[in-house]
Write a protein that binds this ligand. Structure first.
Ligand SMILES: [Ca+2]
Ligand SMILES: [Ca+2]
Ligand SMILES: [Ca+2]
Ligand SMILES: [Ca+2]
Length: 398
């Protein structure tokens, strides 16, 4: 029953795709930058602008104006949507992301992609998948960075993370406006979560006068220059087949309706300032011409068997794509609905318990340091609480 409804939703979206006019993103759903030297200027904040107004301005800057938005330091993000589904074509990179990277001026942004499984026109939490770029194995997972609103607009902005680091986003002489997003001035802190990429900035001079921000191999925004010999740079493109779930397993997606990009590096580069990702247009790479006014190739269509298999696995509220992270350390606990197992990597040995919705203890077992699994496949459908070393996650088993 549920499945039938979802398939109809998917068919409706394919129908929209047939009428699509533009390969370029046609909306900005969210624009939430972290602090930074271009925040409140790219796009410009004016008195009275709220989050919705800033998202509209972000779109205006990125597409009609041919300019860009700055995402600020680590974690700041933008979410864009399209008037059609970007098809995942086998063996081909599917999404072209324009930034302002130069040779030696890369500020890599992590990319996430979502397929609108429930057809509600919005990316829901369980619809996002991370793109596994070349630095995935060198990244800090489950990274949480918190920024603290400064007392004065010209003060440096302090941050802390869940790995015990702290630092400041330093004000510099070139930018007099507040670095704190002014439409979020009621927030005492801003918290961003994700993967943290390794630092890519190197002080080549040794005395702070010349910084090189090196380019990663593939899989990021604002990392490779837009053009390569006048053509769209392959290294500024993303293959939807790089999408992974929280366990790092490849996810075969039929296509993508939404793209999220966040600044992936948390590094200050002296006078150059913080590493902050910029984004211009996000473009369906399946076009008939790769010029500045690309035209969508309407002959590219979704592979129905890929769509069916994807919906089979993810459509019925299966949340195995979602990082269910027990907070504030590097222990990831998650439920893999395909196996019925709760998996986690434990820094120490300890005890795990499984409770039902009424709080009745159903199962208790000791676990050892390292990779562990609790098998719930024999349990009936329902809501369970799994407690590992004092950290609890809720699981809806279907
Ligand atoms: Ca592809
Ligand atoms: Ca949705
Ligand atoms: Ca920047
Ligand atoms: Ca940049």
């Amino acid at each position: 029953m549920n499945r039938t409804y979802l398939s109809l939703a998917a068919i409706a979206m394919v129908h929209i795709a047939a009428n699509a006019a533009s390969p370029v993103h046609n909306k900005v759903l969210e624009y939430v930058p972290a602090p930074g030297q271009f925040v409140n200027t790219l796009p410009e904040w004016e008195e009275g602008d709220d989050a919705k107004a800033m998202a509209e301005k972000a779109y205006q800057y990125m597409v009609p104006d041919g300019s860009m938005v700055s995402l600020g330091v680590y974690g700041g993000y933008v979410v864009v949507g399209f008037d059609h589904t970007i098809v995942n074509v086998d063996g081909v990179r599917d999404i072209y992301i324009e930034g302002n990277a130069t040779s030696g001026g890369s500020e890599p942004g992590v990319v996430l992609v979502a397929y609108d499984i429930n057809g509600n026109g919005n990316p829901d939490d369980n619809e996002w998948f991370e793109i596994k770029g070349s630095e995935y194995v060198n990244s800090l997972m489950g990274y949480v960075c918190t920024y603290y609103r400064p007392d004065a607009p010209d003060a440096d902005i302090r941050w802390t993370d869940n790995y015990g680091n702290e630092g400041h986003v330093y004000k510099n002489q070139f930018h007099v406006q507040s670095y704190w997003p002014q439409w979020l001035s009621d927030c005492e802190t801003l918290e961003f979560r994700g993967s943290r990429l390794p630092d890519n900035g190197v002080d080549e001079s040794g005395n702070g006068t010349y910084y090189v921000l090196s380019q990663f191999d593939y899989g990021y925004a604002d990392n490779a220059p837009n053009l390569d010999n006048g053509n769209w740079n392959a290294n500024a493109k993303i293959d939807i087949d790089w999408a992974i779930d929280v366990d790092g397993n490849a996810v075969k997606m039929p296509g993508v309706n939404f793209v999220k990009i966040y600044t992936g590096v948390n590094q200050d580069n002296g006078w150059l300032g913080e590493n902050s990702t910029e984004v211009c247009r996000v473009i369906d790479a399946h076009v008939t011409n790769e010029g500045s006014n690309p035209v969508l190739d309407e002959n590219v269509t979704i592979d129905q068997s890929v769509l069916d298999a994807f919906l089979d696995r993810y459509a019925n509220g299966n949340t195995s794509s979602v990082a269910i992270v027990a907070n504030n350390d590097d222990m990831r606990i998650y439920f893999d609905a395909s196996t019925g197992c709760v998996n986690f990597n434990a820094p120490n040995s300890g005890l795990a318990q499984v409770y039902n919705q009424g709080g009745v203890l159903l199962h208790e077992a000791a676990f050892a340091t390292g990779s562990n699994s609790i098998d719930l496949s024999g349990f009936p459908a329902g809501l369970y609480m799994v407690c590992v070393d004092g950290k609890t996650i809720k699981i809806l088993k279907r």
